[in-house]
Write a protein that binds this ligand. Structure first.
Ligand code: C5P
Length: 232
């Protein structure tokens, strides 16, 4: 799959999301739909955005017993989305079951990527609450390798980790990377940020960009700028 920019549509309603997408009259950006919007609007919003011709990354981060995840993935696959995800912490058995559930009767399936460790989890929480006494980067790489061994297509990670993930899991293993800001832009709550151009140099396959586009005075212009910097 070619590299691209994915816009994180972090809106609370379908109405707001569709009004935002109306601001791209000449483009059909790849969009990310997260829990906030999906839980507010349900599968209907996914179908509506799909009908408009957008590719969709449905970011619901599944984590449950293998059989439940397999069946949930079957439902998501029927929505005709392009990328879905889960937590690698659910184990290899859960990831393999997820892949099985995703396969459509015609043999196609959405791409499946894994969250390794959430960026909101720090080393202290890892050790004191999750009882994992390894450095974070080793944990992230081990989870990425588990995802690759289960047959997944890639991981969500920081652009700063993209090179290491490719080294460890192969060049074709996808790195989907949030934490993107334009040079001099407002970081907001993101800590480790990278520009679209730097993300390209670091080897990211997809960048996920939210506020730098959604909050821009001219979102279509900001999106174009982002693509230009990232895709060269
Ligand atoms: O607005 P901003 O560009 O920071 O949005 C980034 C998007 O990527 C948000 O939807 C956020 O939830 C998501 N994300 C993230 N960091 C992760 C995983 C997902 O920022 N590790």
């Amino acid at each position: 799959m070619a590299k691209d920019v994915i816009i994180a549509c972090d809106f609370g309603s379908g109405e707001e999301t569709l009004a935002f997408l109306d601001r791209f009259p000449d483009q059909k950006p790849f969009v990310k739909i997260g829990m906030e919007l999906f839980y507010a609007e349900g599968p209907r919003i996914v179908r509506r955005i799909k009908e408009r011709g957008h590719r969709i990354f449905l970011d619901l981060k599944l984590h449950d017993i293998p059989n439940t995840v397999k069946k949930a993935m079957r439902s998501l696959s029927a929505l005709d989305v392009d990328i879905v995800n889960l937590h690698a912490a659910g184990t290899r058995a859960m990831m393999e079951a997820a892949l099985e559930g995703l396969c459509r009767p015609d043999g196609t399936r959405p791409l499946l990527i894994a969250v390794t460790q959430l960026t909101s989890t720090d080393q202290q929480a890892l050790e004191r609450e999750l009882l994992i006494e390894q450095p974070m980067d080793r944990v992230v790489m081990a989870y990425a390798r588990n995802a690759a061994a289960a047959g997944l297509d890639g991981v969500v990670c920081s652009p700063l980790e993209a090179g290491k993930v490719h080294e460890s899991c192969g060049e074709s293993f996808l790195t989907v990377t949030p934490g993107i800001r334009f040079a001099g832009g407002d970081a907001g709550d993101q800590k480790r940020i990278t520009t679209p151009g730097r993300a390209r140099e670091l080897g990211a396959d997809y960048i996920v960009v939210g506020r730098p586009v959604t909050q821009a005075a001219d979102p279509a212009e900001a999106y174009q700028r982002c693509r230009k910097e990232f895709l060269g």
